[in-house]
Design a protein around this ligand. Structure first.
Ligand SMILES: [Zn+2]
Ligand SMILES: [Zn+2]
Length: 348
């Protein structure tokens, strides 16, 4: 009787492979979770691209850039699911071994182990655990195609690296981020209504305020990154030493562009637009670093007389929409600088 068990145990010794159906969403995207304990963010990769483009020795987190072997990216739900299927399979194998043993063993010879045999034989495969997909309203989902390797992936909000090749997709990320922000603002009345229905008016007001405040850092972050990416593409960019944070300081950033390309922000935006941009960048700073509470530094730098020290900033829908429009106009202009260079270098 024990021979079969030993054989079954040997089969289970790291060599037994089983096919487990992989749960995918309607677009055949596969939920993934960053294994880095400081990130654990969720994203999706088109399943064929995950199988064919992500190399065995490493996938890359689109948010934090962490690299780990391809088999370490299961979400907690998937890990539980795969474990339960593996356990089920182990039960089945042990079951088979016991079944074989029982068939070949006369009942009177079973002693002591009968309880185990009974338990094992009465095992019924359970329903596979259902895997909860990333809960993302289609409004907030962003789909990406890597410019370098064409890997298709998706995330909630902006992401920065291709999970297959690590390509830094700041350019397409900027467009997607602006798009999502516009959709988010458009969806606010609907969100407010559903928050009021599910919770109450206080919760709805707080949640909507939080969503509005979150958009300013997102816009500024995407703006910085697209500036870095576009600036690096200038053929003479290596002649300039600069740090990423320079693109938060609009006057300095404009001067840097002017030195490198002959044109700055003032060549793209009108005075009023530039003033509005600077004001919103200052407000973003207060929201990110002072929880929105106005201090004298803010008033001095922004010239905003609408607030007194100690008051809290209020972000309106129109502030976000206007900022997106200005930033999009500016970035379109900066992209034009690129084609200017391509043209003057002889259309290369
Ligand atoms: Zn990560
Ligand atoms: Zn890629």
């Amino acid at each position: 009787m024990f021979d079969e068990l030993i054989r079954a145990a040997e089969e289970l010794d790291g060599k037994h492979e089983i096919d487990i159906p992989v749960p995918l969403d309607a677009k055949r995207y596969y939920d993934r979770q960053c294994p880095s304990s400081s990130c654990r963010d969720l994203f999706k990769v088109q399943f064929d691209d995950w199988s064919n483009k992500v190399l065995e020795d490493g996938a890359i987190c689109p948010f934090c850039g962490y690299k780990a072997p391809a088999d370490e990216w299961n979400t907690s739900e998937q890990a539980r699911y795969f474990e339960s299927v593996a356990e089920e399979e182990m039960h089945r194998l042990v079951n088979e071994a016991f079944g074989e043993a029982v068939r070949r063993t006369k009942p009177r010879q079973i002693s002591g182990g009968l309880f185990d045999v009974k338990m094992s034989l009465s095992y019924e495969p359970g329903q596979p655990a259902s895997v909860v997909s990333i809960e993302a309203s289609s409004v907030l989902r962003q789909d990406f195609v890597c410019e370098e390797c064409q890997c298709r992936y998706a995330s909630i909000g902006a992401s920065f690296f291709c999970p297959a090749c690590g390509h830094n997709s700041a350019t397409s990320c900027f467009d997607n981020t602006m798009d999502t922000i516009k959709k988010t603002i458009a969806a606010l009345p609907e969100m407010r209504e559903s928050f009021e229905k599910d919770r109450d008016a206080d919760f709805a007001r707080d949640a909507i305020r939080q969503i509005l405040e979150d958009q300013l850092p997102r816009i500024v972050g995407a703006f910085e990154r697209i500036n870095e990416a576009l600036f690096q593409k200038l053929p003479n960019s290596s002649e300039f030493s600069w740090k990423g944070s320079v693109f938060q300081r609009l006057d300095e950033a404009s001067t840097l562009w002017k030195e490198a390309s002959g044109k700055g922000y003032t060549d793209i935006l009108g005075d009023e637009e530039l003033q509005q941009l600077k004001l919103m960048f200052q407000r973003r700073h207060v929201l990110s670093h002072r929880q929105g509470v106005v201090d004298q530094v803010y008033i001095d730098r922004s010239g905003d007389v609408g607030y007194a020290v100690g008051q809290r900033l209020v972000v309106a829908d129109s502030d976000v929409t206007n900022l997106v429009a200005i930033v999009e106009k500016l970035v379109a202009g900066l992209r034009g600088f690129q084609s200017f260079w391509a043209y003057t270098l002889g259309g290369t």
